[in-house]
Design a protein around this ligand. Structure first.
Ligand code: M6R
Length: 364
């Protein structure tokens, strides 16, 4: 049932091109630049959005926050569900609460949803598991269609959630008139490329290179992950994946925040993974890379294919297929998953049964 793979996690990593195809299929109309989500939600019926989720789903929500604000110009805030449910949040009929969950059973997320409903919010679930508890309590569900995910460390659900967030941001942007036809077509095209780009990210020579790097640093006791803008969540997701399955302590920061504290951690034993793929902020990220190197940190840079110029600033480079910045978190996440996977296997850990973790957290 693991389809010839050593673990569910690895199988699910390789299922991503198919999962993404299923997330996107029938929803994109490149010719007209329209997105069809088949949900009853009236895109003009709210003034602000609250995104609520836990763990990996929360990081997918962070990408969503960025995309929705950029493309649809709606104010978005985001909370971890366990905070939202107890902080007496400001909710009204003008609020759209979006809950993001692979399982649809996470108790904190479910309770936070109930809290939002009490305040009169409209509700939308971005969910993988069909007919799960959350889907029964939201007004609308946008299924991500990633297929069953068994590995405790979420992989394909994450990339499908991020893609669903992109679809939602595009749909809202078109419906609310903030996103022009030409930009919409460009982004739809970029979204449609995702399965192919992720397939390319999983090419054997790329995977082998990531395995080599993972083995080189597997004995580090700490790791730092940095990213900016739409890829700061990629850094968080990379750190979470590594912690969950390799038990190496990892922290993530938006790259620009490094100098406000975490820079004190940097020495020659600290691997620092920096997401430095094609972006409007790339130059700023590279200056952060130089700050790491000046303090002898070991830089593992994620660079876009062909970026040989910035390779000189890194100790090790993971090249990823070039992607439009707005869709790049999906492609970049794959490299993060593989880095965590090969670190854990190099240390002899069972990636499908990480200690202390359950696939779905139905207790508080
Ligand atoms: O089923 P959910 O998406 O609601 O689960 C939320 C988190 O518990 C989950 O993403 C967790 O962080 C994963 N183990 C991450 O790999």
């Amino acid at each position: 049932e693991k389809g010839g793979y050593d673990s569910y996690m690895l199988k699910e990593i390789y299922e991503q091109p198919t999962a993404l195809t299923n997330t996107l299929i029938g929803r994109l109309h490149d010719d007209t630049g329209e997105v069809n989500l088949d949900i009853g939600l009236d895109p003009a019926s709210f003034k602000r959005i609250s995104i609520i989720a836990c763990g990996t789903a929360y990081y997918a929500g962070m990408v969503g926050e960025y995309l929705i604000e950029q493309l649809a110009r709606i104010p978005v805030d985001i909370d971890v569900a366990s905070e939202y449910r107890y902080r007496d949040p400001l909710v009204s009929e003008q609020t759209l609460a979006i809950v993001v969950s692979q399982s649809g059973e996470t108790i904190d997320t479910l309770e936070a949803l109930r809290e939002a409903k009490k305040g009169g919010a409209r509700t939308l679930g971005i969910i993988n598991a069909k007919g799960s508890s959350i889907t029964r309590e939201v007004d609308d569900t946008l299924y991500i269609h990633a297929g069953p995910e068994i590995g405790v460390a979420s992989t394909k659900a994450y990339t499908s959630m991020v893609s669903a967030m992109l679809l939602l941001a595009l749909w809202l942007g078109r419906a609310r008139g903030t996103l022009g036809g030409e930009q919409a077509r460009e982004l739809l095209h970029a979204a449609r490329e995702l399965p192919r780009l992720v397939e390319a990210a999983l090419a054997p020579e790329r995977v082998a290179r990531i395995q080599e790097i993972a083995e080189k640093y597997a004995h580090a006791s700490d790791y730092l992950f940095l990213g900016r803008g739409v890829n700061s969540p990629t850094a968080y997701e990379g750190a979470l994946k590594l912690k969950e399955i390799s038990y190496i302590h990892a922290e993530a920061y938006p790259a620009g925040e490094m100098k406000h504290g975490p820079i004190a951690l940097i020495d020659e034993d600290l691997p620092v993974v920096v997401v430095a793929t094609e972006s409007r902020l790339l130059e700023k990220t590279i200056s952060n890379v130089q700050e790491v190197r000046a303090r002898k940190g070991k830089v593992i840079a994620l660079l876009s294919d062909g970026d040989t110029e910035n390779a000189q600033h890194a100790d090790d480079v993971i090249y990823v297929p070039r992607a439009h910045e707005m869709v790049s978190p999906v492609v970049n996440a794959v490299a993060m998953q593989l880095l965590a996977y090969f670190t854990a296997t190099a240390l002899g850990k069972d990636v499908d049964k990480p200690r202390n973790l359950a696939k779905s957290v139905t207790v508080e």
